[in-house]
Design a protein around this ligand. Sequence first.
Ligand SMILES: Cc1ncc(COP(=O)(O)O)c(C=O)c1O
Length: 401
Amino acid sequence: MNRQDFEILNQQVYNQPLIYFDNAATTQKPKAVIESLTNYYKTINSNIHRGVHYLSQQATEQFELARQRVAHFINAEKTHEIIFTHGATESINLIAASFGKTFLKAGDEILISEMEHHANIVPWQLACEMYGARLKVLPFNETGVLEIEKIESLLSEKTKIITINHVSNTLGTINPIRTVIETAHRHHIPVMIDGAQAVSHLKIDVQDLDCDFYCFSGHKMYAPMGVGVLYGKEKWLDQMQPYQGGGEMIEQVTFDKTTYNQLPYKFEAGTPSVGDVIGLKTAIDYIETVGVDTIGRHEEQLCQYAHQQLAEVEGIKFFGTAPHKAAIISFLVGAIHPYDMGTIIDRLGIAVRTGHHCTQPIMQHYAIPGTIRASFALYNEKEEIDRFVSAVKRAAWMLRQ
Ligand SMILES: Cc1ncc(COP(=O)(O)O)c(C=O)c1O
């Protein structure tokens, strides 16, 4: 689907046509996004918000239009509830630091899940160390489904926030975030959703979900690297302390005291990645032109087909077989080390990811060193899966000799 828009895919690696199945790490960028980035640098590159001159005004206008576009894309109620960051990791660090500074105290608890990316574990551990709080962990079962029935028993009056991913980057599980949010809100606990693996596959409506925070990275949704989003309900963002200090986030600075800017600028210290933010707007236009539902359906078909075909590989074991899955497949074949298989598959022209995928607790759960992960995007095709399955079979045969 729309493969012609992604020029990078028209190349050979090791004399083989490239197959790119590492989309959960980062997606490729369509021509329109690359052009919007070069157009920005060719025509309006300038620092924003601070200049009266023409270029600065143009760049500021485009930057703020991008904010409106993001707000519309995830159906945020207010545009100033959208904060631009450099990626999902920074968004989570921002909440952990600012929410922590404002609301956490010794003895408090934060609930996360056992299938979080390190980016949604470590910032909270840092906050726990700082304020004397502790993490509690909602486990998942052997199929990679959260044991959601345990959530109530893990909550208490000490729980200050729940932070959980929408889609697991290793297991592909689509988590029941609606249930998590409803349960949390019955106890007046806010919920942060790490949507890094969800935004380009599922339609997101933050008002309908009623989540308190939602974050993602542009580069996993066909936008340039260097831009991310944090959505937060105004009522929380207003109360939270700033994350970083610097230009733009201030209202008035004196040596005695500094007052802070209004939302969203209070959380946007320093010069942002203006061109990347504008590129994100173009990527959203692109996704919406193709249709998030169309993309999701296409990827689901690929995922089901890949599961079926791979199931024929002798000794294969899948990690993450939840009934609700996004386009991510993790597996091992017999006792073959994932790096060995990944290396052979790479030589056959296929890019997959091997290792722990920044989810070491998942590896600890299954007592494995890592997995081979194939993840799909809108431009992938069924024929590529056939070639991939042959490559896995060939690698397995070679490594068993
Ligand atoms: C679920 C999840 N959360 C957070 C991140 C961090 O994203 P980034 O490295 O773009 O900040 C990733 C990246 O793989 C992810 O998959």
